[in-house]
Structures are given as structure tokens and as C-alpha cells.
Design a protein around this ligand. Structure first.
Ligand code: PEP
Ligand code: MN
Length: 373
């Protein structure tokens, strides 16, 4: 449920609203926007009694019951954009285009270091590289594992670039999810990537919900957008069935669109660009797009990148490799420095042009155009 409150409401009035919500056993989230203050009520099956009590309070303009199964992820609940700040101060979802660049897999130190220098030259803020690789088939290379994390940590130390790498449960039956997360923590991984193949690994999502560490959540190979938003709700809410509704989860989540399985004549994983405005309207979370896995073709990646920025992405995750011929995974989609530089330069121009449009994705009735949904 959300409560629209007059932006001129006094702190006492807001505190009375919060108190009433607490009294009935729910918790509140307050989002002070420019035109309205939105108070979100967390919890399942919110009582009529609370609604009646709230209606009588000064400052309350409107009470809306959220019909979507996800709340924390929804822009109705949280109208302003979420901006994520990494440890080195880099922000994601704000006024700068975010580029996360690196090889598909961490193969060796030299490769990652060289690609990191490319990334920096193109103005990328984050270095990517898979240490643990979730492959569709069991015979494919599964990555260097912990040794890969070690290499990433060395390159971070050398270049100062924050790291993103995929987190998954390795085939080591002695390791708990907690121990896996602690291992990633030890190597100073800045963003945990939850890949397409783990998008509905709810145990992993729940464990990541319990920490505030930034997560890049990629859509599953066969997911529709609503399933994707529900998966993200696991991360943001920390909820698990009837338990833990009010415990709260991880607010530092980015959504990454990477396409879905389908006709591969044109793209490896067709990515409907309309997902971007859709998700921006439905959710307040930063939207990152993946032109590499979606196109699957190195010569398409520049155009795809620019198109995804034009569609409203806050950033891109891109695979690059100095010598794709020997790449251990995803050689066909790896780009070179020259292409990265074009994406950095032209991509930022497109990003700026879009930013000057000041599109407002907020969707409470006050912001809809002439009442159109
Ligand atoms: C990756 O980023 O290398 C990766 C495996 O991505 P996805 O989970 O989207 O396939
Ligand atoms: Mn890859």
C-alpha cells in the first residue's frame, strides 16, 4: 500500500502517519519527492483498519493498494530513482553513463590487466571478468574459480577499477552460501553479478538480500519482465514466504537486461529494447544493458550499445578481449579497444542528449499524462 502525502505536511504529521503504521504492526518507507511525499507500507494483506485510520490523518491525500506482487522494486513504492554508490565513490543510476568492461572469463593476469587498461582508456568505471563461469553445458570451461578472484583483486589494486564478477554456488559440497559470499568479500569484489542461469536461484537471492552489497541482477534466459521484477523483489525485500516481511533487504540492486532465448538468426539472445523504458517506468532501480550476450556478435556490439543507451539504459556491461581467437569463452562477441572508445565517446553524447530530455518515469496518478495509464 502507498500513501500519497501532501509535500507541505509537517514533520509531526509525517511522524503520526509512521506511528499509526507501526501501531498496526507494519513498517513504513518514506520517500520525499519534489511534488509529493510517498509513504510505502511494507507487509502482506494490509488491514482495512489501518487504511481507515490513515484516511483520517492530516496530510494524507490518497491511499493506493499496490496490485503488483512486487513492492520494494516498484516505482509506486519508491518514486525517485535509486542511485548506487560504490566504495570508491562511483555512482550508478545517476548523471553519468556507467560502463562495466572486461573479458568474459578471467583467463590470466596479463589478459585482465590489458583489458582493464583498455576499459580505463574508454572511460569505463568498472572492470568485469568471470572467475566462476556458469556454463550451459557441463563440458565447457567453468572458469578459474578462486584463482580468478585473486587475479581480479590484483588488477583492482593496480588500476583502481572496482570489480564486478559473477557469484554462484561452486561444485564444492562443503561450502555454504555464506562461505561463498565471504570468499567474494575477501577479494574485494565491488558488485556481485547474479547471472541469467541463477536468476531464479532463490536461496542465493535471499542470501544476497541479507547484505547491502551492490548486486547486478541479470534476467533469466526464459524470463518475462514480471518474473524478472519478482526475482529482484527477493533481493530488495529479504522476504521469504510468511517470514521476514519487515526485516528489509538489499536496496543496492541494479537490473541488467541481457536478452532471452529465442530465434537466434539475428541475435544470440534477442533483447527487446522496450524492456528498458518498461522497467524504468515500473521500477526505480538502475537499468544496465548487456549488448554482448544479447547480440552475440562483435560487429553488432557498437550499434547495439548505442541503441540501448538511446532506449534509456543507465549503463552497459560489455565484453572485450585483446585476442578473441584464443578466448576461452564468448570469443565471437568480444570487442576491441577501438570499438570501446567509440561506445565511450558516442555513448556519452547520446546519454547526455537523453538526460536533457528529463523524462519523468514516475507513475502515480499525479504524474500520468491526462489520466492515461
Ligand atoms: C557473463 O556476463 O559472462 C554471463 C555469463 O552473463 P549471462 O548470465 O547474462 O549469460
Ligand atoms: Mn560471457
Amino acid at each position: 500500500m502507498i500513501i500519497e502525502v501532501d509535500k507541505g505536511a509537517s514533520p509531526q504529521e509525517l511522524s503520526a502517519i509512521r506511528h499509526t503504521i507501526g501501531e498496526e504492526g507494519y513498517s513504513a518507507h518514506i520517500d520525499q519527492g519534489e511534488e509529493l511525499t510517498i509513504v510505502g507500507v511494507r507487509g502482506k494483506a494490509i488491514s482495512e483498519r489501518l487504511e481507515e485510520k490513515l484516511r483520517k490523518l492530516p496530510g494524507v491525500l490518497n491511499i493506493i493498494r499496490i496490485t503488483e506482487p512486487y513492492k520494494e522494486v516498484s516505482r509506486r513504492f519508491h518514486s525517485s530513482n535509486t542511485i548506487i554508490t560504490l566504495n570508491n565513490g562511483t555512482t550508478i543510476g545517476g548523471d553519468d553513463l556507467t560502463l562495466m568492461v572486461g573479458p568474459c572469463s578471467v583467463e590470466d593476469y596479463e589478459l585482465v590487466l590489458e583489458t582493464a587498461h583498455w576499459a580505463k582508456e574508454a572511460g569505463a568505471q568498472v572492470l568485469r571478468g568471470g572467475a566462476f563461469k556458469p556454463r550451459s553445458g557441463p563440458y565447457s570451461s567453468q572458469g578459474l574459480g578462486e584463482k580468478g578472484l585473486e587475479i581480479l583483486a590484483r588488477v583492482k589494486q593496480e588500476t583502481g577499477l572496482p570489480l564486478i564478477t559473477e557469484i554462484l554456488i561452486p561444485p564444492d559440497e562443503t561450502m555454504s552460501v555464506k562461505q561463498v559470499i565471504e570468499m567474494f568479500e575477501r577479494y574485494g569484489v565491488d558488485i556481485y553479478q547474479v547471472g541469467a542461469r541463477n536468476a531464479q536461484n532463490f536461496g542465493l537471492l535471499h542470501a544476497l538480500a541479507k547484505r547491502k552489497h551492490p548486486v547486478l541482477y541479470k534476467n533469466g534466459l526464459g524470463m518475462i519482465a514480471e518474473e524478472f521484477l519478482n526475482g529482484a523483489e527477493y533481493l530488495l525485500s529479504g522476504a521469504w514466504g510468511d517470514n521476514g516481511h519487515n526485516e528489509g533487504g538489499n536496496p543496492n540492486v541494479m537490473l541488467c537486461v541481457r536478452g532471452v532465448s529465442g530465434d537466434t538468426t539475428v541475435s544470440r539472445f534477442p533483447l527487446d529494447g522496450n524492456w528498458i523504458p518498461y522497467l524504468r517506468r515500473k521500477s526505480h532501480l538502475p537499468i544496465i544493458a548487456d549488448p554482448s550476450h544479447s547480440s552475440g556478435k562483435w560487429w553488432m556490439v557498437v550499434d547495439a550499445s548505442l541503441a540501448l543507451i538511446a532506449a534509456g539504459a543507465h549503463g552497459l556491461e560489455i565484453e572485450a578481449h585483446p585476442n578473441p581467437k584464443v578466448a576461452k569463452s564468448d570469443d565471437k562477441q568480444a570487442i576491441w579497444l577501438e570499438q570501446l572508445m567509440t561506445i565511450g565517446r558516442v555513448g556519452r553524447e547520446i546519454f547526455e542528449a537523453r538526460r536533457s530530455m528529463r523524462i519523468d518515469y514516475r507513475m502515480t496518478p499525479h504524474y500520468t499524462d491526462g489520466g492515461r495509464k
